[in-house]
Write a protein of this length. Sequence first.
Length: 311
Amino acid sequence: MSAAEIPTVVVALGGNALLPRGEKLEAATQLAAAKQAATQLAAVTDGYRLVVTHGNGPQVGLLALMNDAYGDVKPYPLDVLGAESEGQIGYVIELELDNAIEGRDTVALITRVLVDAADPAFTDPTKFIGPAYEEKPARLLAGERGWTIKQDGHLWRRVVASPDPIRIVQLPAISRLVDSGFVVVCAGGGGVPVVEKEGGHRGVEAVIDKDLCSSLLARDLGADLLVLATDVDAVYVNWGEPDQRALGRIAAHELESTDFPAGSMGPKVDACLRFVDGTGGRAAIGSLTNLNGLLDGSAGTQITTTVEEST
């Protein structure tokens, strides 16, 4: 099989795959999680051209808290913090993938992503970043630091603008790297958000949803498959209720009429629908520990274009 015939897969690692829920936001924890993720990813590189994206919600939130703690300079904007987190996480994933894969090099790329300056998301922040708090301390912090906060499960977190990604600026470079046989880590945390200005781009205060960005990347790369690897085994309807039910193989149009929480599974389902509807390819959502099953269609929620393909 020639290199061009090897299928391309974009695997998006959820933030909780790199900093598991309940674990301290420490470098050693992140490195251990990256090593575990790399072991899963390395096992599939013989059969796929692999592009890896990742979340950054906990990390960029921690950087923002560190930023706020030093009052001698003005806080760094979110686009710069996003780039810092993308470099930090990209480094540990690149390191562990190179340790785990023989004969192929990994390249991590800080990636700019174009958004619309007039996107309504800038007036209605929805993207969770940083740690979770009880309501009272969350409201105190919001008052002190000018945050917008919203409830995330039983706790409260900071939310920031999350505009829709329009174009991945470094797409030609990513495509060349993939075609040259590199494993590519890119678009981390949804990429660094930029808007157009005369003569180029400028960064903006926002965090792009990494699943929507991964979907855009997969579509524009012509990927065969999009996998959203998270810490649950599938998409569930009526999650948390006695009648909750995992979805297996399902046609895209069957999902379009089902509502999922905006702060958790909603963007993942939306990202998969955009990929499937835009390319006719297959998308999967499930646990990274079941990566082989997600790729071969035997695990997680498998989303395809037609009823026939989903049976």
